[in-house]
Write a protein that binds this ligand. Structure first.
Ligand code: DX5
Ligand code: ZN
Length: 208
């Protein structure tokens, strides 16, 4: 199992990123919120770009924004492995996915807890990953929605039925207990469980 660490709930981002850099975590999950797609807002890119200096890990960028096309070129500049946009956005999704691809970055589609899995179908040929939201996006530290377990199974069988090579990443409320509900996932994204602890490596190892 690969692990992606979100620093959304961090009280000291530079320090926590330095600490994460000393662990074997696979990715740093970068949550971007615009105050429109979700009500909270994260710091502007001109500040966010400095995370560069504190980590050598590849980034897993999660755009919780109404207009991903304005953000993709910015985050493509960083050491980014994945950029995920939401299937619920009203922009031309295929165009956005192609924009991500044009930077040779893997593209993902995130899906909210209330959105049916079938909404992903038209985009399956274009994507490298599906980010299954196990909380309503907007903030860290929420409880894992148990129905996500069934949703992961549904997503997995959809991918298999099309014989595609798409990675499943689960995001929100992931910890040592809820990881059991994530069977079928390839990547687990965890925030507060890791950065809210004393021993980052121990928590990361407990999720693998
Ligand atoms: C939720 C974010 C998640 C969140 C994960 O809006 O997309 O990535 O930060 O944090 P925890 O693990 O605390 O739910
Ligand atoms: Zn996220």
């Amino acid at each position: 199992m690969k692990i992606s660490a979100s620093f959304l709930s961090s009280k000291d981002i530079p320090n926590d990123l330095k600490k994460l850099n000393e662990t074997d975590v696979d990715y740093i999950h970068v949550d971007i919120m615009d105050g429109k797609f979700v009500s909270n807002k994260t710091m502007p890119f001109k500040e966010m770009r400095h995370i560069y200096e504190y980590t050598s890990k590849r980034l897993d960028v999660h755009l919780m924004v109404e207009n991903p096309s304005a953000y993709i070129p910015l985050y493509a500049e960083l050491n980014t492995e994945y950029i995920s946009i939401h299937v619920e956005v009203l922009e031309d999704i295929v165009k956005d996915l192609e924009l991500i691809k044009s930077y040779s970055i893997k593209c993902g589609l995130a899906i909210n807890p209330d959105t049916p899995v079938k909404e992903l179908v038209p985009f399956l040929p274009y994507i490298d990953s599906i980010l299954v939201m196990s909380v309503v996006p907007g903030r860290g530290g929420q409880s894992f929605i148990p129905e996500t377990s069934q949703k992961i199974r549904e997503v997995k069988s959809l991918i298999e039925s099309y014989h595609l090579n798409i990675v499943i990443n689960v995001d929100g409320g992931v910890n040592q207990d809820t990881k059991e509900l994530c069977q079928g996932a390839d990547i687990l994204t965890a925030g507060s469980y890791i950065v809210g602890s004393e021993d980052f490596q121990e928590k990361i190892s407990s999720l693998r």
